[in-house]
Design a binder for this molecule. Sequence first.
Ligand SMILES: Cc1cc2nc3c(=O)[nH]c(=O)nc-3n(C[C@H](O)[C@H](O)[C@H](O)COP(=O)(O)OP(=O)(O)OC[C@H]3O[C@@H](n4cnc5c(N)ncnc54)[C@H](O)[C@@H]3O)c2cc1C
Length: 375
Amino acid sequence: MTCDIAVIGAGMAGASIAAELASLAGPGTGVLLIEAERQPGYHTTGRSAAFWEECYGGPPIVPLTLASGPYLRDGGFLTTRGALYVARAGAEAEVSAFVDRFAGTGVQIEVLDRARLAPMIPGLRSGWDLAIHEPACADIDVAGLHAHYLALARDGGVALRAASRIAAMERDGEGWRLVTEDGTVINAGVVVNAAGAWADSIAALAGAHAFGIQPLRRTVAQLRTDPPAPATLPLVLDLAGRFYFKPESGRLWLSPHDETPSDPCDAAAEELDVALAIDRLEHVVDWQVQAVERRWAGLRSFAPDRRPVYGWDPRVPGFFWFAGQGGFGIQTAPAAARLGAQLLLGHGRDTMTETLDHALYAPDRFADTATTKRV
Ligand SMILES: Cc1cc2nc3c(=O)[nH]c(=O)nc-3n(C[C@H](O)[C@H](O)[C@H](O)COP(=O)(O)OP(=O)(O)OC[C@H]3O[C@@H](n4cnc5c(N)ncnc54)[C@H](O)[C@@H]3O)c2cc1C
């Protein structure tokens, strides 16, 4: 099997960059999308909390999020919900620091006092007196967006090879020789590392330095509560980073905002994290938790500086990074994939990507630092 570009991983990252590569390169370029699992999206992409939140990930991520907004909105993937970062009385300094941190980034935020906050969260316990309101926050149709990119890729001539785990890679002349677990050989001109939690493992197979991209487990539980979670409830996040929750079809999705380091794996929720989340919720609202209907966990994978890694490897020819999407890989997918495809193909920027500063995300920021390691 031969292709020009082999994309490893068919989660949101791989599907979106494959679609953009096919569309920018045109029909003469063969793109192959290779996925270890039978079902693309089985890992982190299928486990997200599904929001587009302008501040999420911090100021270096805001440009990618804002640049992705129009594509997501025009495609019908966003439903406005609004978000509230809530804080206890006495946290004025933390609220100001948050607002200062995002000044000039283009996000729309305003500070609310208890009088404006309380009607937005029925049953809010006393003591939660401050909030930062972000009206533009929206739910994302994650499955719809992933399916959209897979369809766009297919229509652009990309072949998808599922249930094909890459087990070995070596340089072969000017290109690569990849071997799947079942022994199939794939010859590729260049390789895109879009393997999510396995990004450093793929780098190791390719003989590249791993950048220390660390998977961190994040848990979500679906709760039935009394009263039921109101459909109009905004996404509620703790300014101190100990929980978030939002309504979903009459139920509540709740996370303890955990970040437990993990090896790459099929992550599962732990009882303790669910219990911790419920305890934290009960300190915020007076609702009764009637049942935990579902729980799940996924791996959010971060580079040491928590910025994504997009671009050519500084040392290994033909090896392109598209990894480290952390907790923002869905909401940034359109702009990230467009930028990634433009960088890989050597094309200029367009209106979606012209404001992005690639230096923030370039792999060569790790070229000579102590964080660079071999796995
Ligand atoms: C609980 C939770 C909530 C989240 N909430 C949000 C949110 O609200 N908004 C947001 O924007 N983001 C959110 N995220 C983050 C978002 O889900 C991720 O950033 C995104 O899904 C990463 O996509 P990916 O394609 O890099 O990873 P994945 O979806 O994990 O895809 C990587 C793929 O690579 C494949 N692969 C690995 N090794 C190989 C190999 N050797 N050969 C072939 N294939 C291989 C894997 O099987 C996998 O399918 C959340 C994440 C979690 C866990």
